[in-house]
Design a protein around this ligand. Sequence first.
Ligand code: AMP
Length: 448
Amino acid sequence: MQFTDLNLDQRLLATIEHLGFDEPTEIQQQAIPAAMSGHDLIASSKTGSGKTLAFLLPAMQRLMNNRALSKRDPRVVILTPTRELAKQVFGQLRLLLANTQFKSVLILGGENFNDQAKMLAKEPHFVVATPGRLADHLTHRHLYLQGLELLILDEADRMLDLGFSEQLAQINKAADHRKRQTLMFSATLDHAQVNEFAKELLTKPKRIAIGHGHSEHKDINKRFYFVDNLEHKEKLLKYFLENETHQQVIIFTATRSDTERLSLWLNETFAEQGFTTVALSGELNQSQRNQIMESFTKGQQKILVTTDLASRGLDLLNVSHVINFDMPKHTEEFIHRIGRTGRAGASGDAISLVGPKDWLSFKNVKGFLQQKISFAVVDGLKAKFNGIKKKKPVKEKDVSTQKIINKKQIKKPKQHVKQQVKFVDDSAGEMPVMRRKAKLAPQDIEKD
Ligand code: AMP
């Protein structure tokens, strides 16, 4: 399928050509015609799959083809869970809006409320916003949504996980009229609250699930390594940075203090090689965070160390490696973290270091991915730790079976995949699927 098959306005096709996109991605192929025919949508697709254009193109098309329901009210509202994602969506929207008469604003928590009220008074057609701040503006009557034509929820699962259900309900209620169309995107459709919300917000929605609901990336080479302790993690990290060809690297840690400590250590360790590291922690104020992200995006630093704060929304095309120095507490974060590499068809490496403290998180991730996972070994850096196994009481009559199980566990190492990497069989035991709601500290989400 070509973009020209989608019945899009010539101006949009020209912009797409200018962006250098040859053909629509899978989510674009399915979501654009469905949205253009006026259906409500609930769609899942992997991070980096082109979902932003999958909702922006039909939104633009709708505005170009139809007369506004109201002259004053915004015609399209796009809600995202984080400031970073909102900025990224806004960036793509601005490209499409060039050469059109449509106006847009970006409304984020943590920025000046009065300035935003003034921008809203200029009657923009598009509002890209984080839900908390937009709900505040509604409460202050800085905008009305009776004329809203299209409500788009990007990463709805994440918005609900972050506790925005009340604000979403408020925004929905303010725009609750028959002619409104709603497009809901979520990393997974296998999320009880998303489905509940979909019933509330959507009318006879079309359901689009691209690939596996858990958004597996084929372009990302996932590798797991057992580790014994912090020192072992640092040795492996040093090994990867010294021995693997990389462009930019994002390293995820469990806590903010780990972020600070690790970035100091990296700056000391790699001072001579000229790799500079920056740390993104929630203690920074918003403009410091923006500065750090901007300089990393420009490629001024090689390594970014962060907590889950940066795992969503960043569209960084030069990240060749994501390293889970600590496994994520919340399982779905794994997908979002590794989605920072392998963007737009590029390949990427996602390395996860699994020590005793990471074991439970690893088991949850394994259950979530529903894949067989093998552990790689770096020569000279093999861990003693190899997972925590549940001991089964051995009944007398089971002794013969137990022997067979034990034999199975001592399988020979599998063949080499990379030169320095050996794979051994994973004897991790059974992996229950558990899901917890992700909760970030409020300062990590929006600052009001
Ligand atoms: P998204 O999933 O919307 O974050 O998009 C991920 C990346 O893919 C962004 O850098 C987009 O600019 C890019 N992209 C979107 N659509 C296409 C396409 N049809 N062909 C190639 N790249 C695309």
